[in-house]
Design a binder for this molecule. Structure first.
Ligand SMILES: Nc1ncnc2c1ncn2[C@@H]1O[C@H](COP(=O)(O)OP(=O)(O)O)[C@@H](O)[C@H]1O
Ligand SMILES: [Mg+2]
Length: 256
């Protein structure tokens, strides 16, 4: 029995600045799956997940969410998204609670927060170990703490699908462990997860399948390449036994 697809990309192409960035991506993530999207910098990982949430227009192909064409999809409370962190300083400093509450908006009626909504925000902050910082400005946080807040925001709507773009990047070890544990909780409650990662690292035990992009194309879709988690040292190349003969070696020195 196959379970329902939560994310479907069929032959997806996308251009940025008239340059082709995705050149025909096929990707299916089914209910309850945890899929890692891997690939070198610039291979199109962020662009691929941004087509899913409608932030990048596709020039060809189809995108579906929960079996509905993305353009007709309305149930955004079912989707939690953690964007790739940038180092650029933001504008107006918001408090931790404000940021996390923004992730709950889609579940409210007309943006009105009731008791249950405030509790959901509180619970999300507790899940990532940030409840004691609820009133602090996000500017006062470390990189790892900031990332935890973004994840709490994505969890605040209790989404069925979580999409996270490099959640571990620039995050200290203590926060990495909190994030891995948080993710495990989400997986245990049946969430579907698409993670953009540089290396599997501490998340490796959670990953069901890995999709590797290269130059906007899918190079590998199957079992996670072991070398990525175990010894993804720069310059450590590893030919994966599942690689199709004509695809060339999978370079799991994914930072290159
Ligand atoms: N807004 C943009 N305008 C033009 N080119 C972009 C833009 N965003 C990303 N790109 C280019 O698209 C390619 C893929 O980028 P991205 O999806 O961010 O890759 P990844 O997440 O795998 O590092 C890169 O070559 C990048 O330079
Ligand atoms: Mg990216």
């Amino acid at each position: 029995m196959t379970t329902e697809p939560v994310i479907t990309l069929r032959g997806v192409r996308a251009e940025l600045g008239s340059r082709p960035v995705l050149r025909g991506i096929d990707l299916t993530v089914r209910r309850g799956e945890v899929v890692a999207l891997l690939g070198a910098n610039g291979s199109g990982k962020s662009t691929a997940v941004r087509t899913v949430i409608g932030q990048v227009p596709v020039t060809a192909g189809e995108v579906e969410l929960f079996g509905t064409e993305r353009r007709r999809f309305r149930d955004w409370a079912r989707v939690g998204y953690v964007p790739q962190r940038t180092t650029a300083a933001g504008g107006v400093p918001a408090t931790v609670t404000e940021v996390v509450s923004s992730g709950r908006l889609a579940r409210t009626r007309f943006g009105l927060f009731r008791k249950g909504d405030r509790e959901a925000v509180r619970r999300s902050l507790e899940l990532v170990g940030m409840a004691d910082r609820a009133k602090d400005s996000v500017d006062a946080l470390s990189g790892g703490q900031h990332q935890r807040v973004l994840i709490a925001r994505a969890l605040a709507s209790e989404p069925d699908l979580l999409i996270m773009d490099e959640p571990m990047a620039g995050v200290d070890l203590a926060s990495q462990e909190v994030l891995a544990e948080t993710l495990r909780t989400q997986v245990d409650r049946g969430a579907t997860v698409l993670l953009v990662l540089h290396e599997l690292g501490p998340l490796e035990p959670l990953i069901d399948r890995a999709v590797v992009l290269r130059d906007g194309c899918v190079l590998h879709d199957g079992p996670p390449p072991e070398a990525v988690g175990q010894h993804a040292l720069p310059g450590h190349d590893h030919v994966h036994p599942h690689a199709p003969a004509d695809a060339g070696p999978i370079r799991t020195g994914l930072l290159s």
